[in-house]
Write a protein that binds this ligand. Structure first.
Ligand code: SF4
Ligand code: SF4
Length: 222
């Protein structure tokens, strides 16, 4: 899922400078699962905005709503109708949701309440870790299911680098060297000799370095 976290309240209040009527809009997708932008967080942020604005001596009407997803056109329909009544929509979705509203609802001023961080997994309550870089060219079948693009600080295709010490990454003693993990994993399967084969230079154009990516599935088109 996409992991995000809320921006500092003062930054959000500054963003809403001059706005008299604001819709705080949550998303029941990824950001609800990572406790950053679901129903509960909408309620909490809306109250904090009301209080924060009162303390600043500013008047504001804050409306709360949560969509099933902010990245799907069918759920944005009501916003197209009602969006014009708000000075601003404060989106608590990831950056995809903010962009999608900005694209599809031209009359709506949309601002982000969250910082979108990465594609990750939930390790335990309150702890998430990056697991995938969405690079568009998956090599997990060669690396024991562990991603060297997202989980190696240098995104090396042929690791480890010289900084790997005792299974740890040179950037931080609290971070495991993923290339060490890959080696151990493949060794466990008796497949470590596959690492002697050098991976070719990666084509980074699939990773967004070639511009915004766009995918079409002909079989699903209307
Ligand atoms: S808008 Fe973002 S957070 Fe919400 S469902 Fe879509 S990708 Fe996930
Ligand atoms: S120590 Fe390992 S994880 Fe860290 S940069 Fe080098 S190869 Fe990548």
């Amino acid at each position: 899922m996409i992991i995000a976290s809320q921006k500092p309240l003062q930054e959000i209040l500054d963003m809403l400078e001059g706005a008299k009527k604001v819709l705080v809009l949550g998303c029941r997708g990824c950001v609800a699962v990572c406790s950053a932008g679901g129903d509960k967080e909408v309620k909490t942020l809306a109250s904090a905005i009301r209080l924060g604005k009162k303390r600043r001596g500013e008047e504001i009407e804050v409306v709360e709503e949560t969509f099933v997803r902010q990245c799907d056109p069918e759920y944005l329909e009501p916003l197209k109708e009602t969006g014009k009544g708000y000075d601003c929509v404060l989106s608590m979705a990831c950056g995809v949701g903010v962009n999608f509203i900005a694209d599809r609802c031209p009359g709506v001023k949309v601002k982000p309440a969250l910082d979108t961080s990465f594609y990750g997994a939930n390790l335990s309550s309150g702890e998430w870790k990056e697991m995938c870089a969405g690079c568009g060219s998956c090599v997990l079948h060669l690396t024991g299911g562990l991603c060297p693009v997202a989980r190696c600080a240098k995104s090396l295709s042929n690791g480890p680098c010289g900084g790997s010490q005792g299974g740890l990454c040179e950037i931080d003693p609290n971070v495991n060297c993923v290339w060490h993990m890959i080696y151990e994993k493949l060794k466990g399967f008796g497949e470590d000799s596959s690492l002697e084969e050098i991976m070719p230079i990666r084509d980074w154009t699939t990773a967004g370095h070639g511009g915004p990516r766009h995918r079409i599935r002909e079989d699903l088109l209307p």
